[in-house]
Design a protein around this ligand. Structure first.
Ligand SMILES: O=C(O)CCC(=O)C(=O)O
Ligand SMILES: [Fe+2]
Length: 257
């Protein structure tokens, strides 16, 4: 395996870990692709990936324009290019050991764009149970993300404590808010690495107080045979990898079952 020792223990204990790409060249290719699509959309010639992406707010300051840009980029980056497969390749050393060899990949990865001061950060939420608890989320920054420019998570224990506190006293908003403030961990993820987190963790973001834009992807992988969430699996996911035996079994089911 490439990418060094797997932080499995950390992933299982806390529900997340930050890992460097096992194929940095593949990640660089993906970022170049998205960078050039983004510059085409804003109508500005590409100069330097880091400063162009960090400075996107100079062309897309925020509000509805930022939403339109995010949606246009989400669509355009996936036209004729399999972003999910490329993310999987870049981090395969880690991901295949988490989800196995028969892999479903989210069809269209999400883009998040947070210009400085944008008043619409990501509200606190969990992806599962709407998504399957057998999914791993790959949160992939295209620029260095730290402090308020990044995202926070509650680890497994803090997530369980927050759920318990809410069940015990659903009306106690200020108690819940202080638990959140005490127990959330702000992620530091440099470009070149990704945050891998379990779909059932609470997570969210705050207003980006850095003078730079945040642009990141998030996408999901799960084993083809793992239990589903509530989303229609074949609308949301497509098959990325199967073993020869799985292909034979699927063919058998099609032809003989
Ligand atoms: O990047 C963000 O602010 C939120 C991302 C998110 O909710 C996710 O990756 O599931
Ligand atoms: Fe989420």
């Amino acid at each position: 395996m490439t990418g060094g020792p797997y932080p499995f223990d950390e992933f299982e204990a806390r529900g997340f870990c930050v890992v460097p790409a096992s194929r940095p060249d593949v990640l660089d290719g993906l970022r170049s692709h998205i960078w050039s699509v983004a510059m085409r959309l804003v109508g500005v010639p590409a100069a330097d990936a880091d400063s162009d992406l960090n400075g996107l707010h100079r062309h897309v300051p925020g509000g509805d324009e930022a939403t339109r840009f995010r949606l246009a980029l989400t669509k355009a980056m996936s036209e004729g290019y399999d972003v999910g497969a490329t993310v999987f390749n870049a981090f395969e050393g880690y991901l295949s050991r988490l989800v196995g060899t028969d892999v479903l990949s989210q069809r269209i990865p999400n883009v998040v764009f947070q210009p400085p001061g944008d008043p619409h950060p990501t509200e606190l939420h969990r992806d599962a149970p709407a998504n399957s608890p057998y999914e791993v989320v790959v949160w992939l920054p295209l620029v260095d993300c730290f402090g308020t420019k990044s995202m926070y998570v509650l680890d497994r224990t803090a997530t369980a404590d927050a759920l318990e506190a809410y069940r015990r006293n659903p009306g106690d908003r200020s108690g819940f808010q202080s638990l959140l403030e005490e127990r959330s961990v702000q992620m530091s993820v440099p470009y070149g690495s990704a945050l891998l987190f379990w779909s059932a963790l609470f997570h969210g973001s705050v207003v980006n107080r850095e003078p730079e834009s945040r642009i990141s992807l998030n996408t999901r992988f799960k084993n083809l045979f793992a239990p589903l969430g509530m989303k229609d699996p074949f609308r949301y996911f497509s098959i990325l990898h199967t073993t020869p035996l799985t292909r034979m079994g699927m063919r058998f089911q099609q032809d003989e079952a």
